[in-house]
Design a binder for this molecule. Structure first.
Ligand SMILES: *[C@@H]1O[C@H](CO)[C@@H](O)[C@H](O)[C@H]1NC(C)=O
Ligand SMILES: *[C@@H]1O[C@H](CO)[C@@H](O)[C@H](O)[C@H]1NC(C)=O
Ligand SMILES: *[C@@H]1O[C@H](CO)[C@@H](O)[C@H](O)[C@H]1NC(C)=O
Ligand SMILES: *[C@@H]1O[C@H](CO)[C@@H](O)[C@H](O)[C@H]1NC(C)=O
Ligand SMILES: *[C@@H]1O[C@H](CO)[C@@H](O)[C@H](O)[C@H]1NC(C)=O
Ligand SMILES: *[C@@H]1O[C@H](CO)[C@@H](O)[C@H](O)[C@H]1NC(C)=O
Length: 489
């Protein structure tokens, strides 16, 4: 359900507010080192810079183009991922994956020491049930009775554990490294850094696990074949937690360590300008046990009587002036006959209350401003409830989860530029301009995509549906297969 953040209020103030700018600065200087007209990469860099300029230009011209609320635009992302045409792939057409058997220090031991993973409290409850967390309670009347066992209070930072368990049972896993297309490194980088993020720990503390891991990987015989191009891992937090460029800044510097350069990273929030960052859905509370669970849930959300036009679940930051979320809250309160607020101030939503799920199930649309970073778990809570997301920043979803969402943003979501809202555009007015039929079509699209947004409970996955994990692995294998004929970066 809602972010079960360890300590939401502290986290907020320390996160870089506009990580993009730090990052572009620092990545630019590191790129200069690569700059040489004789190197094909130079031309790639030039084209990327051009793309950035283009993007900037697009962003400038936006206010005008979106002032027509019904205008469904075709947004192109800086790097268009291959459309993942997932097919039943019993032959492993895109190759096989070899999973490194890391020393437990890098993964299982961290989970075993779950009471020491953050400075305030034990994380043992949140990491139980193979990382899915405690079984959800209090959902009677919101979730069909026989689907209750498929719901958990899942933490948002557990993809490292979920991906590890699943990949061990993947049908395309090979035990013969020579025959592999891709190599998976099951390192729990997010769990490892968690306890060092807030307290006054030295940069060395925050980087220790990552440095040791890379030293270990570099000594493996399969590393040198490709300089890491065919290696990948899951980082269970947002990319900005691993992009410290100066000692005093936030996070670990894992992604900037030289050996990480060519390794593909699966992240709940990516840097849209980094080819090696791949966005994957945040884990939600729904973990279907079978195809039948998915179908029943899709039916449930499709036939639900939605009584509210739109809803907004989030905490407002009283301390931050001009906070956009505060503005949305005020909008919602002023339109109280068509908008429902779930105010998550403090830690009121952190235990996964059923109020949030219920509110999404009852609404046609849900407002999804950026959170403390560009993305938020709530996007996925909203969509699996069959509610249509309303975005105010393109980077919140369109530039993040390309393998998992429809390629045409207007087919499943509404985009209203934040400046429009600040200038007094009525959100209600925009949403009411969609006909019942248009709303139904968009909702149908959202419901179609539910399987790709959830992480199934069985380690072997679902019978025929591809879930978020399957889509991610197919996408990575496909990419690596494509690289065999020459790097595409
Ligand atoms: C908002 O209003 C300002 C000042 O009136 C104007 O410059 C700006 O273009 C408007 N933005 C949008 C998105 O309409
Ligand atoms: C890989 O290459 C590096 C640098 O060339 C070398 O130091 C290292 O020993 C090699 N590793 C293996 C396992 O061959
Ligand atoms: C990354 O890949 C490029 C291209 O193969 C290679 O030149 C470079 O040395 C690699 N970087 C590392 C750190 O292995
Ligand atoms: C939804 O509302 C319609 C008409 O108001 C009613 O017939 C139907 O039973 C309701 N469905 C549910 C699931 O409550
Ligand atoms: C909500 O209503 C109050 C009182 O009428 C008004 O001052 C405020 O600007 C309104 N907020 C929004 C976002 O429209
Ligand atoms: C949330 O859970 C914690 C520990 O499980 C408990 O101490 C706290 O009272 C709960 N808060 C709410 C609002 O239920």
């Amino acid at each position: 359900m809602l972010p079960v953040s360890d300590n939401p209020s502290t986290e907020l103030h320390k996160k870089p507010k506009t990580p993009l700018f730090f990052d572009r600065k620092s990545s630019f200087s590191s790129l200069q080192a690569y700059f040489s007209v004789y190197h094909p990469r130079t031309w790639l860099i030039i084209s990327i810079l051009l793309l950035q300029v283009l993007l900037l230009f697009m962003a400038r011209s936006l206010p005008i183009s979106i002032s027509i609320p019904r205008n469904r635009q075709h947004f192109r992302t800086p790097f268009t991922a291959p459309a993942v045409q997932v097919s039943g792939d019993p032959e492993c057409a895109f190759g096989k994956v070899y999973v490194y058997d890391l020393p437990p220090f890098f993964n299982r031991e961290l989970v075993k020491n779950c009471d020491k993973l953050n400075p305030w409290s034990s994380r043992c409850d949140t990491l139980t049930n193979d990382g899915f967390g405690q079984r959800a309670t209090g959902l009677a009347g919101v979730v069909p009775e026989d689907l209750m066992p498929a719901w958990y209070w899942t933490d948002q930072f557990v993809t490292e554990i979920i991906f590890h368990n699943r990949i061990l049972k993947h049908p395309c896993r090979t035990f013969e490294p020579d025959s592999a297309t891709a190599y998976y490194i099951p390192f729990y980088a997010g769990l490892a850094v968690g306890k060092y993020l807030w307290s006054n720990c030295s940069p060395q503390d925050r980087d220790r696990h990552g440095e040791m891991l890379l030293t270990w990987v570099r000594d493996q015989p399969y590393w040198n074949r490709s300089n890491g191009w065919d290696h990948f891992l899951t980082l269970g937090r947002i990319t900005w937690d691993f992009r410290r460029s100066k000692d005093g800044d936030w996070g670990s510097s894992l992604i900037y360590m030289p050996l990480m350069r060519n390794i593909t990273r699966l992240l709940i929030e990516r840097n849209p300008w980094d080819y090696f960052d791949v966005g994957v859905p945040y884990p939600t509370g729904f973990h279907p046990r079978s195809d039948a669970d998915v179908l029943q849930w899709q039916h449930h959300v499709r036939t639900r009587n939605r009584t509210t036009l739109f809803s907004f679940a989030g905490a407002t930051r009283g301390a931050i002036r001009n906070d956009f979320r505060g503005l949305l809250l005020s909008h919602c309160l002023n339109e109280s006959d068509s908008c429902r607020v779930v105010n998550c101030a403090g830690t009121r939503c952190s235990n996964g209350t059923s109020a949030i799920l219920k509110s999404f199930l009852d609404s046609d649309f849900c407002l999804q401003p950026r959170g403390d970073s560009f993305t938020r778990r709530s996007i996925f809570d909203c969509m699996i409830a069959g509610s249509i997301p309303v975005f105010f920043w393109r980077r919140t979803a369109y530039f993040q989860y390309e393998w998992f969402l429809p390629s045409e943003p207007g087919s499943y979501s509404v985009f209203i530029h934040r400046n429009e809202v600040k200038n007094g555009t009525s959100i209600r007015g925009v949403l009411e301009s969609y006909s019942r039929e248009e709303v139904r079509k968009m909702r149908e699209k959202v419901i179609d995509y539910i399987p790709k947004l959830v992480y199934a409970r069985p380690d072997a996955g679902l019978e025929s549906f591809k879930d978020a994990f399957d889509v991610a692995i197919d996408g990575v294998l496909r990419r690596m297969k494509e690289q065999e004929g020459g790097y595409k970066w």
